[in-house]
Design a protein around this ligand. Structure first.
Ligand code: PSU
Ligand code: MN
Length: 301
């Protein structure tokens, strides 16, 4: 099975130029229309402006793709039939010829298949609160344990159990770098109360660690956490109230499994009157610039 590349992505990979993968669940199931397609388009441009080629990853008519057209982005952003695809869903979506938006886990896997080793997103999945009874742990973590891709994010939302997520990454042997902070970031907020496992300053230092991970032959990915810019953050005290409410609403409506993350993200946008969406977009933009520079440094450009 091949991942279909656009000509631009194929040529860049063949010439060893920097390429940055982008996920599509954030488009189809992470943000409302039309902000989602606007974000996806802008982020591709930011990657270009910072010296790399963007490769948004998804499945269209069952075909895994890296590099999408504007029409493809529009479809992913607006078609309610697009399914959320984590690794376990890949074969079904391929066999049935469906459209699928890929999570961090599935995007990592498809990126690795074509040799893309830098990937930019907003937030990672992780260990859900209450996982001791629900067993709800995102496949993003198992994929990070076994696939060599560096994932740039703004950390982990406190819809998850951040401490248990970090413990799990440690168990799996996944390096967790934090850019310019002694604390691991909590997506909307720069601070989480959990110390940064490893600290770096800027994309060049991050790239050096990532390159060393590949040189060592570590089988895992690398988490690169880039805290939301201070001007765009929502203080933890403010967002946590809304997160508690969203979690209570999910519980009351018995939302489970793959639906829980999209439900919580949408509910938090409602509860914050759109403020969380603005922060989400701002941090993805910042991550795109960081990831493109990191990929450029890794490619020696
Ligand atoms: N966290 C966010 N925004 C997101 C996601 C997570 O802050 O958009 C998406 C990502 O695509 C991530 C997926 O890979 O949700 C995790 O879903 P699950 O918890 O079902 O594995
Ligand atoms: Mn889950």
């Amino acid at each position: 099975m091949k991942v279909r590349l656009t000509e631009e992505v194929g040529v860049a990979l063949a010439e060893g130029r920097p390429v940055v993968a982008l996920e599509s669940t954030i488009i189809s199931h992470g943000m409302p229309y039309p902000d989602n397609v606007k974000m996806a388009t802008e982020v591709e441009q930011i990657v270009r402006d910072n010296g790399a080629v963007p490769a948004t990853i998804a499945l269209l008519d069952g075909v895994p793709r890296a590099g999408l057209s504007q029409d493809d982005l529009e479809l992913l952003a607006s078609d309610p039939e697009v399914t959320k695809v984590s690794v376990r869903d890949l074969p079904y979506v391929v066999a049935r010829g469906l459209h699928g938006a890929t999570t961090v886990a599935a995007t990592m896997r498809l990126a690795a298949m074509v040799g893309i080793r830098t990937f930019v997103t907003g937030g990672l999945g992780g260990v859900h609160r209450g996982a001791e009874t629900s067993f709800d742990i995102s496949a993003d973590l198992t994929e990070l344990a076994r696939t060599q891709v560096a994932v740039v994010s703004a950390g982990v939302k406190s819809i998850l159990d951040i401490g248990l997520t970090l413990e799990t990454l440690e168990t799996y042997g996944v390096p967790v770098l934090v850019n310019g902070s002694d604390e691991f970031p909590a997506f909307y907020s720069r601070r989480s109360g959990f110390p940064a496992p490893l600290r770096v300053e800027g994309p060049d230092e991050a790239a050096a660690v990532v390159r060393a991970a590949w040189d060592l032959g570590l089988p895992s990915g690398v988490v690169v956490a880039n805290p939301v810019p201070a001007a765009d953050e929502i203080p933890a005290e403010v967002i946590d109230t809304h997160i508690e409410q969203a979690l209570a609403d999910a519980e009351a409506r018995h939302v489970r499994g793959k639906d829980i993350t999209p439900f919580l993200l949408a509910r938090i946008v409602e509860l914050t009157g759109g403020d969380s969406l603005e922060t989400n977009i701002a941090l993805v933009r910042d991550n795109a610039a960081f990831g493109a520079r990191m990929a450029s440094a890794e490619a020696g450009r």
